[in-house]
Design a protein around this ligand. Structure first.
Ligand code: F6P
Length: 325
């Protein structure tokens, strides 16, 4: 296997707090091991257009504490085409980049998998998404920070919910995964979480209303996973119609969940997987996502990381029901 002399690093998909800490770890670890680093701007789009700059350790100074990504990011449509990936490969050859590190979520690592197979090119993925929906790692970079942001908002909304004796539906991100909704609900002491994984066919709103809100509480918070058809607005409208005696409000947290300074947990996770990415390359690993399980760095084949659905602990749904009586 040819020695890796130069790597490229890019961030792709939605930004996530801790991505900068990961860029820093990758860059410093590579340089410490005698490997040159090139930063690729604007995700796969920058790879296609050749938006590439050589990095020194100084390029990543003072960024561990910042949200967003200094490399910028994009959801590249062009990289989904064969023509786009051909151009991306041309850039890597021209820039003499021997391996690519991709920091991103499910879609970005799926792109990496396709590219790695198509060109037999060494790619290493780092789990960078607030959604926590990558299989094989306990957590993803940005998830913990976002959980804490949601928590701060829910605590504030609780004041108003209490004071006015209202039901609040708070909608959070997560795409099609309920990790953010479920765990922020537990941490915020919310009365219910409505998540896509709770697909028993039962009506989650009716179950919740019948369970006790009408008996024991005058105000409550329901955290709802975003959904094109049944997000927070959908449930609020239903309560207005089916339980008109309640005063209902909706708060859609939106993109304020994605920014901000990463928590200690996310900085440490990003540092571990960034360091682990260079270790992986030095050990001859290819086409894996670096994750952390039980505090150990693990290497998860792309096919598992993006091909398997990360299970949510459904026992926690019952726990939340019990703790919110
Ligand atoms: O994947 C991260 C995420 O924030 C999802 O939770 C959300 O559905 C999506 O990105 C929003 O994407 P955008 O910022 O492109 O609207």
């Amino acid at each position: 296997m040819a020695k890796i002399k130069c790597i490229g690093v890019l961030t792709s998909g939605g930004d996530a707090p801790g991505m900068n800490a990961a860029i820093r770890a990758v860059t410093r670890s590579a340089i410490a091991n005698g490997i040159r680093v090139k930063g690729i701007y604007r995700g796969y789009d920058g790879l296609i257009t050749g938006d590439v700059r050589e990095f020194t350790t100084e390029n990543v100074s003072n960024i561990i504490q910042t949200g967003g990504t200094i490399l910028r990011t994009a959801r590249s449509q062009a990289f989904m085409t064969e023509e786009g990936r051909q151009k991306a490969h041309d850039t890597l050859v021209r820039e003499e980049i021997d391996a690519l590190i991709i920091i991103g979520g499910n879609g970005s690592l799926t792109g990496a998998k396709i590219f790695a197979e198509e060109y037999d090119y060494p790619c290493i993925g780092l789990p960078g998404t607030i959604d926590n929906d990558l299989f094989g790692t306990d957590s993803t970079i940005g998830y913990d920070t976002t959980l804490n942001t949601i928590l701060q908002c829910a605590d504030k909304i609780r004041d108003t919910a209490n004071s006015h004796e209202r039901i609040f539906f708070i909608e959070v991100m997560g795409r099609d995964a309920g990790f953010l909704a479920q765990n922020s609900a537990i941490a915020a002491g919310a009365e219910c979480a409505i998540i896509p994984e709770d697909n028993t066919g039962k009506d989650q709103l009716i179950e919740f209303m019948e369970r006790g809100i009408r008996k024991s509480k005058k105000s409550c918070i329901v955290i709802v996973s975003e959904s094109p058809t049944c997000g927070a607005l959908h449930y609020a409208k239903r309560v207005n119609k089916e339980y008109p005696e309640f005063d209902v409000r909706v708060s859609i947290l939106g993109h304020l969940q994605r920014g901000g300074s990463p928590t200690a947990h996310d900085r440490i996770l990003a540092s571990l997987v960034g360091y682990g990415a260079i270790q992986a390359l030095l050990m001859g690993q290819r086409n894996v996502m670096v994750g952390v399980r039980n505090n150990e760095i693990v290497y998860v084949p792309f096919i598992e990381a993006v091909g398997k659905r990360k299970p949510i602990n459904k026992g926690l749904i019952h726990m939340l029901d019990e703790l919110s009586i």
